[in-house]
Design a protein. Sequence first.
Length: 403
Amino acid sequence: MTSQPASPDLDLVVLGGGGHVGLPLSLAFAEAGLRVGIYDTSQQTLDRIAAGEMPFLENGADTVLADVLSKGRLDLSADASIIGRTNQLIVVIGTPVDEFLGPSMTVFERAVEQISPYLRDDALVVLRSTVYPGTTAYVAQHLAARGKTVDLAFCPERIAEGHALEELHTLPQIIGADSDPAADRAAGLFGKLAASTIRTTTKEAELAKLFTNTWRYMKFAVANQFFMIADQAGVDYSNVLQAIRQDYPRAVDLPGPGFAAGPCLFKDTMQLAAFTSDHFPLGQAAMQVNEGLPAYIVSALDRRNGGLVGKTVGILGMAFKGESDDPRASLSYKLRKLLQWAGARVVCTDPYVVDDRLTTLDCVLQESDILVLGAPHKAYSSLPIGGRDVVDIWGVLGNGIRL
């Protein structure tokens, strides 16, 4: 039996508290007055946080981090025993799909083994990561099999990366729980941040989160498919999009085209496809459209230039979205690979992403015959691109949405 302190000295511990979801959440709770333990397996990340350095871009986080550190509201550790110092644990861990695009339960099997020796009796355990439907019940079953009596809830994160500290306070929080005590405790915890809470069962909350991300992914797929249809018709899609949206409220939610990427949307759509008996053909089609956009760009450039051998193509932006330093699952990297396979020399740049394979903006502008906007960073909105061939599917360079 793992020894525990007689009484908890931390109000909350966040497992995975150094990541893009866990750290803003930890900071928000600490700013709200709680003493928060950050448990993360990356000592390098913990050292940066302890030094007052945010390991990634997040609006307003630098100021909050400095404030809560100065007030002693953060306790950082790479030792799982920190879990025994609290009655409230939030689990924030990555939930990838496997090589067959199905859900991977390995991360939760490991998590249960990792946390169970340290969990206090009657602790509140909140799962935060997007999960395959039924995962919360799975975790409850396996904790019970290890003799752990806890209140378990699924409270999905709903924030947009980069805007977490604002949206944690302005968005309603879904409280997925299968017992009233677990629901009441989770609502009490998140009530310190969220403007309101919404009660559901755990499976309803799991599906609500998957449906939300999949809906966004499907809307992006429709936008990208429309763009490709217009491009094949020789039409400037920016004019089409303006005609659809202008003073017409029923089309205001049609997004513009662009790479639909990042660590969530594709993965969560595939989790939903694995869950349904018909494998979710709408989601599969959305995946094919969004993942196929880089190949469409390469094919169009290859035809337009009579081949890409001997051409230098510059990619502007390697993050998965604008004003981000996060390259996870970015389609700019897929674009780079496909361009190289087509025979092009490829040079890439990004003002935020740290990657030894990238070069400077000046180098890309000087050496490229063709420029492709990979991420719509504001820094690219007024570039001196001259008369070069430009691919701007985002429509931010001032020349419309064009290929």
